[in-house]
Design a protein around this ligand. Structure first.
Ligand code: NAP
Length: 283
């Protein structure tokens, strides 16, 4: 790789509004140091009305790309030059790559992040070994559904507080996905192998997810994509009754890996050192 100063200086960052609390700079800066690379990963607070101009400025400013977070993940799709099929299917992009010719390419690495987090936590876990209940039908739910379907899931029970989006999603994603009315959410844990919470319920300063685990099989894996707090009330309840659990930190860390690779040319690992740094910010 040669001396750091011989390398091109690469800038990347996370564009959002607000973005001040993002953990992404900590993660990517850690890898830039770990792999002795020449560059930086910065916060890019950009209002929605300025998104297009901000994206178009990236090549001029020397950026190799950026992550997109709330509220830009969907809008950015319509503003870049090309969108890869995965991002198209999810209907959102979280990663932008500036190509050598200056064109902007949209990717989605949340799908990889979610699936890899389950595999990291439970190497024997598979999407195709039993039914899955997915709670929530927002943007994150779409990435979770695409991952589960690509993993071979044959029966996905999708439940959401309000009907509209969830019904549309069940239709869009095909016969493996069935819509379960919210009032039936407790009973639809019967016989499942995997439960995933994709709502914001259980996040710091939000109420706990209103879901009884009485029907949940003891062998089921329970995943929550929330990572603040690391153990949501749902995960605490699942752990208390003996279920295996996965929190949302693995998804956050694993979505960052292919993005970093696209920008810096190295697929980074998840070291104990990085985990303890990030845990310290979440304690
Ligand atoms: P979103 O698009 O706003 O969707 C929010 C979801 O939560 C919707 O299904 C919504 O239901 C549901 N919800 C909101 N209030 C509720 C309530 N009181 N009772 C029941 N359901 C309720 O948000 P998102 O982008 O999908 O993000 C959802 C969560 O995932 C957030 O906590 C976010 O931090 C987390 N996330 C984590 C990662 C990661 O890397 N770990 C990545 C992305 C997102 P309605 O449709 O009825 O409103």
């Amino acid at each position: 790789m040669g001396m750091k100063s011989d390398q091109p200086y690469r800038l990347a960052g996370v564009m959002g509004w607000p973005v001040a609390h993002s953990r992404s700079p900590l993660i990517h800066q850690h890898w830039i140091s770990q792999y002795d690379l020449h560059g930086a990963y910065v916060l890019l607070p950009v209002q929605p009305s300025e998104l297009e101009r901000a994206l178009r400025a990236l090549p001029t400013l020397g950026f190799v790309g950026c992550n997109l977070t709330i509220p830009h993940k969907v809008a950015a799709l319509g503003l870049v030059d090309q969108v890869e099929p995965m991002a198209q299917r999810v209907g959102a992009m979280n990663t932008l790559v500036v190509e050598a010719n200056g064109s902007l390419m949209g990717y989605n690495t949340d799908v990889f992040g979610f699936m890899q987090s389950l595999r990291d936590a439970q190497p024997d876990w598979r999407a195709d070994t039993g039914a899955v209940t997915v709670v929530g039908a927002g943007g994150a739910a779409r990435a979770v559904l695409v991952g589960l379907l690509d993993g071979g899931a044959r029966e996905i029970r999708l439940t959401n507080r309000s009907d509209g989006k969830a019904l549309d999603m069940a239709q869009e994603f095909g016969p493996q996905v069935s819509y379960i009315p919210w009032k039936d959410r407790h009973a639809c844990l019967d016989n499942i192998a995997t439960l995933v919470n994709t709502t914001n319920q259980g996040m710091q300063s939000e109420a706990a997810l209103d879901l009884s685990l009485d029907y949940l099989p003891a062998q089921a894996l329970v995943a929550d994509i929330i990572y603040v707090p690391l153990e949501t009330p749902l995960l605490a309840a699942a752990r208390a009754r003996g279920n295996r659990t996965v929190n949302g930190l693995g998804m956050l860390l694993n979505q960052a890996r292919p993005a970093f690779q696209a920008w810096f040319g190295v697929l980074p690992g998840l070291s104990a050192d990085l985990l303890s740094k990030i845990h310290a910010t979440l304690a």
